[in-house]
Write a protein that binds this ligand. Structure first.
Ligand code: PRP
Ligand code: URA
Length: 208
């Protein structure tokens, strides 16, 4: 499935500020939240609607509400947590699951340390969020874990993707629609995205 790459000027502008190494943690967190909200608007564009009857102060009328499957937002810890508030601004009734993965600094492969998902995840449309898709290892594993709990309708939303990560994720989970704000150039030898934004978790939480 072809990834959806955002082209909205507001997202592009905010992404420039996010990438800038002089942007401090407070502003970085706020920008990640704002971009997540804007991306959520796009990623929920295909939610099904149904018509219901309501009464305005003037008359009865038919109007639309979201129907069908309910949503779950699943951040990949830690950095994915930075996108949750932005998502919940638009879909406040969504349930939130958590998947804990970190990249081993030597092998760059993901190590699992936590998984807690809504009990009815199999009946929900799931949006997995993580600012970075680098090698793709973390996203591939997180989505595998969610599928093992029965979920079938899964989207993946990241702020910056590397071509290597997109390829790995598309190959492992061809059914998952991917949304990203930018498709960057490549990975460096340490598997960081070029030009990227550095270490998303460290910049959100000020840990370096
Ligand atoms: C970062 C990022 C992704 C992962 C991407 O997390 O938030 O989860 O790396 O890399 P990959 O595509 O090569 O797997 P990290 O492992 O640094 O953990 P953190 O969020 O706790 O800082
Ligand atoms: N994780 C990050 O936080 N940044 C990268 O560039 C790659 C993985």
């Amino acid at each position: 499935m072809k990834p959806f790459i955002m082209d909205h000027p507001l997202i592009k502008h905010k992404l420039t500020l996010i990438r800038d190494k002089n942007t401090g943690s407070k502003e970085f967190r706020e920008l990640i939240t704002e971009v997540a909200t804007l991306m959520c608007y796009e990623a929920t564009r295909d939610l099904p609607l149904e018509e219901i009857e309501i009464e305005t102060p003037i008359c009865k009328t038919k109007s639309h509400v979201i129907s069908g499957r309910k949503l779950a937002v699943v951040p990949i810890l830690r950095a994915g947590m930075g996108m949750v508030d932005g998502m919940m601004t638009l879909v406040p009734a969504a349930k939130i699951g958590h998947i804990g993965l970190y990249r081993d600094p030597e092998t760059h492969t993901p190590v699992e340390y936590y998984c807690k998902l809504p009990a009815d995840i199999s009946q929900r449309e799931v949006i997995v969020v993580d600012p970075m898709l680098a090698t793709g290892g973390s996203a591939v594993d997180a989505i595998r874990m969610i599928k093992e709990k029965g979920a079938k309708n899964i989207k993946f939303m990241c702020i910056i993707a590397a071509p290597e990560g997109l390829e790995a994720l598309t190959k492992a989970h061809p059914d998952v629609k991917i949304y990203c704000a930018s498709l960057d150039e490549k990975l460096n030898d340490d598997k960081y995205i070029i030009p990227g934004l550095g270490d998303a978790g460290d910049r959100i939480y000020g840990t370096k």
